[in-house]
Design a protein around this ligand. Structure first.
Ligand SMILES: Nc1nc2c(ncn2[C@@H]2O[C@H](COP(=O)(O)OP(=O)(O)OP(=O)(O)O)[C@@H](O)[C@H]2O)c(=O)[nH]1
Ligand SMILES: [Mg+2]
Length: 252
């Protein structure tokens, strides 16, 4: 089982049932984090409630098809008038709120607007939670529309930033259509982001390490992709069948 840490190897052999699935939402302001959080929780208006401060990290929980889900919504990046240090401090509270630590970060991006600013979102994410957090991250594109399937191919070919962003998240992504209120879409998303075992999560210790020189010097390791990478191999194969030739053409 080359490339797996001891705990990951144990999880592959001995998958454990999840008590709760803990999710942290992260992204630029106004991309749809709170809306996504509410839909995951079963079409509530928890995070989009007018009474909630948009500048605070908020937690809520729900049960989706028998699975307890904890969602932590964070304030949006790049809001005018907000100092990054203060914001990052507030966002870091998400790790305590998702105690003992989130199984997954959803990096929420608005599809179709992948520019250097979106890469900057990823930079802030890495500065906040450290490079190791990428192994627990799935990109969620909001604003999915009918043209999405055609657009994604075009965007992938044309936008180096887009490819770089997805590469750094090990090509884990999901396009979410907020107009589709059926539970099937949420079930599909949860299936994609659920790790193999309840003990595979980002920890407060990793947060402590984030930004330290050792972490910055650390090269990305294949094992950091973790259990979800291995679990996602079947997905990867079908993805590669579809896009592999195009990708090779672009990089060659
Ligand atoms: N058409 C469309 N509108 C969306 C989508 N997602 C969110 N919106 C709308 O975009 C606006 C912002 O959504 P929010 O969920 O409040 O965004 P946010 O990222 O939580 O914003 P901040 O809390 O300010 O960082 C709302 O008017 C949503 O209804 C989407 O996928 N498609
Ligand atoms: Mg919000």
């Amino acid at each position: 089982m080359d490339g797996c840490t001891a705990v990951e190897t144990k999880l592959l052999i001995d998958p454990q049932p999840m008590d709760d699935l803990r999710i942290v939402l992260f992204g630029k302001t106004w991309v749809g984090k709170s809306t996504l959080g509410d839909i995951i929780m079963g079409n509530t208006e928890t995070f989009t409630s007018k009474d909630l401060s948009k500048d605070r990290t908020q937690k809520s929980h729900s049960t989706v098809e028998g699975q307890k889900v904890v969602v932590v919504d964070t304030p949006g990046l790049f809001k005018s008038g907000k100092h990054e240090d203060e914001l990052v401090k507030e966002i870091k509270r998400s790790i305590d709120l998702a105690s003992p630590g989130p199984h997954v970060f959803l990096l929420v991006l608005r599809f179709g607007m992948i520019t250097s600013e979106e890469l900057e979102v990823l930079e802030v994410f890495e500065r906040t939670f450290g490079r190791r957090a990428l192994a627990y991250t799935t990109v969620v594109f909001t604003h999915k529309n009918e043209e999405y399937e055609a657009n994604i191919q075009e965007t992938m070919i044309e936008s180096k930033d887009f490819r770089e962003l997805l590469e750094r998240c090990q090509w884990r992504y999901f396009a979410f259509n907020i107009k589709d209120k059926s539970p099937a879409q949420v079930t599909e998303l949860l299936k994609k982001i659920t790790p193999m075992g309840k003990d595979y999560f980002y920890t407060p210790e990793m947060l402590q390490e984030a930004g330290k020189p050792e972490e910055q010097e650390e090269k990305p390791k294949t094992e950091q992709a973790g259990v979800r990478f291995w679990k996602g191999l079947d997905w990867w194969e079908s993805f590669w069948d579809l896009w592999g030739d195009i990708y090779l053409e672009v990089v060659s």
